[in-house]
Design a protein around this ligand. Structure first.
Ligand code: TYD
Ligand code: MG
Length: 454
């Protein structure tokens, strides 16, 4: 017969290359390309039933599609990220670094859904059932009606699921699954894709919700969760910083709810605890107002979250000053520095700049621009902002301040947490704010002039 053609597949993004190379053009990862045999095509399946795939007139489709029924886990932080609970037959990917707490979270979720009446199966490919049971006991979930299986053979797992017909199946992790009809090693892109494909197909066919756990990998020998993102309905990432106790579950894709929603947890000795008031948590270590420290009134998903930006500006001993940022985009920092110089006449040449979001939170909203600029200025001028004030607003390249979405929610949260003033763009819809002194500015230069007398 014909010699099998080999593919070179990036284990990070799944891009297929005609030959090996050290760096993937698709995603830029190094040493991520691995030789894999392609999926054997096999005989085409006969499709029966003329109705399947027949088109339906657009006008015949009901416009009032009922919202999907959902089961809540009563772990509010999880239910919110799922879009209001678990949808039957949905496929969910939960990605995250090894050791971040994925197994802990999903064991707790399995127990909660089981207590809410769902028939739940937890399949571990990484630990023996006895180990999982010990962890459950440690989490105080020893009596939860969750069934455990320690298995990596995909065919055996699918047979078991087909017999059990659970409402929820958790597969921990998809990288340990092994399909015996795929000719490459467990953890490779072909294997991970085959497992994800079979399991998501099972989910649709049988109405079982399937949660796939995927480890984020730095090196390319094991496929990362990104290669299955497009196969599932919902993609959640579990994030956290080393040395910080809290964890953020973030929806980056959700067919059944808003993306960008977050759930906040704290890793404790007894597993993950919900953090119902993230603002209080992220501001909890705040000392007395210090130069360089600014509270940003942000929105994460559907929820206002206050957090602290911290900047440090100091003369550089190097020929090339450092620009270092944690929790905020480095390109956006460069843009704000350029606007400060070009529009406000405040240069940062010869100065190292460090910017950090306290507590390890990651902020992606342009609405934080003004908070970043204020933190940089406050650090540079060694002048603290008025105490008990929050800041938000987007900065354009011209130096103008743009109003941002959900202004009222931001202000309401600030007021709730005891702040007394806010610095915001002109023309913001501030609503009725008797208790909050909202100062509005048209451009960055006006903020600089009033707060720092520059
Ligand atoms: P784990 O859920 O095994 O991570 P993952 O599945 O993402 O690899 O969690 C690993 C870490 O969590 C481990 O370092 C121990 C810690 N941990 C706690 O702090 N408290 C707990 O109750 C549990 C179960 C784990
Ligand atoms: Mg694990």
């Amino acid at each position: 017969g014909m010699a099998k053609k080999l593919n070179f597949i990036c284990q990070s993004c799944g891009a297929v290359h005609p030959r090996w190379s050290g760096r993937c053009d698709g995603c830029g990862a190094w040493n991520s390309i691995v030789e894999e045999a392609p999926l054997s095509a096999g005989p085409a399946k006969k499709t029966l039933g003329a109705q399947r795939g027949s088109p339906v007139a657009l006008t015949d489709l009901s416009t009032e599609e009922a919202p999907p029924p959902r089961t809540t886990s009563r772990i509010d932080e999880l239910d919110r990220v799922l879009g209001g609970g678990l949808v039957p037959g949905s496929a969910i990917l939960v990605g995250g670094d090894p050791g971040i707490g994925k197994s802990t979270l999903l064991l707790q979720a399995a127990a909660s859904f089981a207590k809410a009446g769902l028939n739940s199966v937890y399949v571990s490919g990484e630990e023996a059932s006895a180990q999982v049971r010990m962890r459950a006991q440690r989490l105080g979930l020893g009596d939860a009606p969750v069934r455990l299986a320690a298995e990596t053979n995909l065919r055996d797992i699918l047979t078991m699921l087909d017999t059990e017909r659970p409402d929820l199946a958790i597969i921990d992790s998809v990288q340990t699954m092994w399909a015996d009809n795929v000719d490459s090693s467990p953890g490779s892109v072909s294997q991970v894709r085959a497992a994800a494909h079979e399991l998501t197909t099972f989910a649709k066919k049988r109405g079982t919700s399937v949660i796939l756990v995927g480890h984020v990998t730095k090196e390319g020998q094991i496929a990362g969760p990104r290669v299955v993102e497009h196969m599932v309905d919902t993609v959640l990432y579990f994030e956290g910083e080393r040395g910080h106790q809290f964890r953020i579950l973030r929806a980056v894709k959700n067919r059944f709810g808003p993306a960008d929603e977050i759930g906040v947890f704290e890793m404790t000795g007894g597993g993950l605890a919900e953090v119902g008031n993230p603002s209080a948590l992220f501001l909890s270590d705040r000392e007395t107002p210090a130069p360089g420290s600014v509270v940003f009134a942000g929105i994460e998903g559907t929820r206002p979250v206050l957090c602290e930006f911290q900047a440090l500006v100091s003369p550089t001993p190097h020929s090339q000053p450092r620009r270092s940022t944690v929790g905020w985009d480095g390109g956006r920092l460069a843009m704000i520095l350029a606007v400060l110089e070009a529009r406000c006449g405040i240069p940062f040449t010869g100065l190292d700049v460090y910017l950090n979001v306290a507590g390890g939170l990651r902020i992606g909203e342009p609405a934080a621009d003004l908070a970043v600029a204020a933190a940089l200025l406050s650090a540079r001028e060694d002048t603290a902002l008025p105490p008990q004030s929050v800041v938000f607003g987007e900065i354009s390249l011209s130096g103008a301040l743009r109003p941002v979405g959900q202004t009222e929610n931001r202000l309401k949260e600030a007021q709730k947490l005891g702040f007394s003033s806010a610095i915001a763009p002109a023309r913001s819809k501030i609503g009725d704010r008797a208790e909050l002194d909202v100062r509005q500015y048209a451009d960055l230069a006006a903020v600089v002039g009033e707060l720092f007398g520059a």
